[in-house]
Write a protein that binds this ligand. Structure first.
Ligand SMILES: [Fe+2]
Length: 276
């Protein structure tokens, strides 16, 4: 029995490495590789997409739902990343680049500034369809891809990339990464008296969609966010919420649009004084 599960695990790792290798040799301007997905991979995609779509109707923000409706990602089988990318580009100007795995934050952001998002093309292990420790294509396409089909979210991703490109100090870059985490990965908007998700980590996780309202949900404020730690490997115990897309754009969009090492240092110093 143990030998069987080791063989299955080895087969999964080999398949993932095979797909990652195609991305490894794919330059930024090369066409996204075509993958011949297996029946098992199509089944995982269909199962997870079906569950997520049902949750989105009650738990995702209006801007995300509208963008998802326009993008209309196929749910019955794994789409080709190239096709989804072309559709997003026609909607918001953003496109995908194939990534072998998680890319370093600065490289990831340099790409965002160029309106390109690094996406994986492999899927999570079929034995855990509702959990993945690392980003996979379900996270990247259903979570980020749907958001990037919205011009308003796409602008925020671009601004995050441009902010990171301006940052010289590691402290500034880490703070930009933290704001990205608590907004575009895990952010909430209050709509009609209820917390709704737009962050890619939450909207692509069936488990977290069922648990995010148990978190300590706080009004988004960059100075209070600065003193909160986070762990990307588990459900979030603290989340930040805005009252509207306008507020998100005013608070976070304006921050990313104007920040530099000096303004971030000043913000962190003020935050440390206030919360000492
Ligand atoms: Fe992500």
């Amino acid at each position: 029995m143990q030998a069987q599960s080791k063989n299955a695990s080895d087969a999964y790792e080999a398949r993932r490495a095979e797909i990652a290798a195609l991305a490894e040799y794919c330059g930024p301007n090369d066409p996204i590789p075509t993958i011949q997905y297996t029946e098992q991979e199509h089944e995982v995609w269909q199962l997870v997409c079906g569950k997520l779509a049902a949750c989105h109707r009650s738990d995702a923000t209006i801007e995300f739902l509208d963008a998802a409706e326009c993008l209309a990602i196929p749910q019955e089988e794994v789409p080709q990343l190239r096709d989804v990318s072309a559709r997003i580009e026609s909607l918001s100007g953003f496109r995908f680049r194939s990534a072998p795995t998680l890319v370093p934050f600065r490289q990831f952001c340099t790409s965002l500034a160029d309106s390109a998002f690094h996406s994986t093309q492999y899927l999570r292990h079929p034995s855990t369809p509702f959990y993945t420790a690392d980003p996979d294509m379900l996270h990247d396409v259903v979570g980020h891809g749907n958001a990037l089909a919205s011009k308003r979210f796409a602008r925020l991703y671009r601004l995050a990339g441009e902010a990171a490109a301006r940052a010289e100090s590691e402290t500034a870059l880490q703070f930009i990464a933290k704001v990205f985490w608590f907004t575009l990965e895990c952010g909430l908007i209050r709509e009609r008296g209820k917390s709704k998700a737009y962050g890619a980590t939450i909207v692509s996780s069936y488990g977290e969609l069922n648990h995010f309202r148990d978190a300590d949900i706080r009004p988004l404020d960059l100075k209070s966010l600065a003193v909160v730690d986070y762990d990307i490997s588990t459900y979030q115990s603290i989340l930040f919420e805005v009252d509207s897309m306008n507020q998100l754009e005013d608070t976070v969009g304006s921050f990313w649009e104007t920040c530099d090492d000096n303004t971030i240092e000043a913000l962190l110093a003020e935050s440390a004084t206030r919360f000492a």
